[in-house]
Design a binder for this molecule. Structure first.
Ligand code: ADP
Length: 218
């Protein structure tokens, strides 16, 4: 069965979610208060509707309750984002994901019961900054304030050694959870696996340990 989603707010963020979901073969109802934005997405989305989502009766008439997951991608207008989330909660939508503009906005969203609060600009800023300070860190994904997953290019210094030889967990406190080798991905690599040239290590650990591993081991 096809998955069904609603995307509210068709700015850059909401718009790219709509396009990606459609590419992933999901059904998407795209909603915006602006008719121009809705016109732009009408040929792409399964359904595109002009509506003010802070109005509970509008949400009910659109049958939003029957969708399994709604994403609120209203950016600038924090008040509308909060009110919309509240209405969605009130009508009993099973899963609500909301884009937060800042930490205060995120706190309120969590309080009123948003299931998932995302910070795309902040997260992308963190990923780009990490990539800028180190040529070896290819990607960086925050798991919490303290822990992250990083994709790190294996340097020549590591090539030819096994994970046992390198003893990375004991020395640096990070775990190699996977190795990307060309198109192949070795999940939970064996301790006897030898690092090869061009390997990309996917490591998990505290930010401090990941950075010390990246500085000292590579
Ligand atoms: P981004 O930063 O992702 O580009 P924007 O703030 O530009 O986000 O876009 C948010 C979208 O949300 C706009 O297209 C705006 O018309 C829409 N929007 C704002 N308030 C409402 C509302 N009450 N109901 C529906 N859509 C809304």
């Amino acid at each position: 069965m096809k998955k069904e989603f609603v995307v509210i707010g068709l700015g850059r963020f909401g718009g790219s979610i709509v396009k990606e979901l459609i590419d992933l073969e999901a059904d998407v109802m795209a909603i915006d208060i602006s008719p121009e934005r809705v016109d732009e997405y009408a040929p792409i989305a399964t359904q595109a509707v002009v509506a003010d989502t802070t109005d509970e009766s509008v949400l009910r008439s659109l049958g939003i309750r029957n969708f399994e997951h709604v994403i609120v991608a209203i950016g600038e207008n924090i008040q509308s984002s909060i009110l919309t989330t509240l209405m969605l909660k009130e009508i009993g939508v099973p899963k609500i994901t909301v884009k937060a503009q800042n930490d205060y906005h995120a706190k309120v969203l969590q309080k009123i019961g948003a299931d998932n609060v995302v910070h795309p600009e902040r997260d992308m800023g963190i990923r780009i900054a990490n990539n800028m300070v180190s040529n070896n860190i290819l990607d960086y994904l925050e798991l919490s304030d303290e822990y992250s997953i990083a994709e790190i290019k294996a340097s020549d210094k590591l090539v030819g050694f096994t994970l046992i030889d390198l003893d990375i967990r004991a020395k640096y406190g990070v775990n190699i959870v996977a190795i990307k080798r060309g198109k192949q991905i070795l999940v939970s690599p064996q301790a006897i696996e030898k690092i090869q040239l061009e390997d990309i290590l996917i490591v998990i650990g505290s930010d401090k340990d990941i950075h010390s591993f990246e500085k000292k081991a590579l």
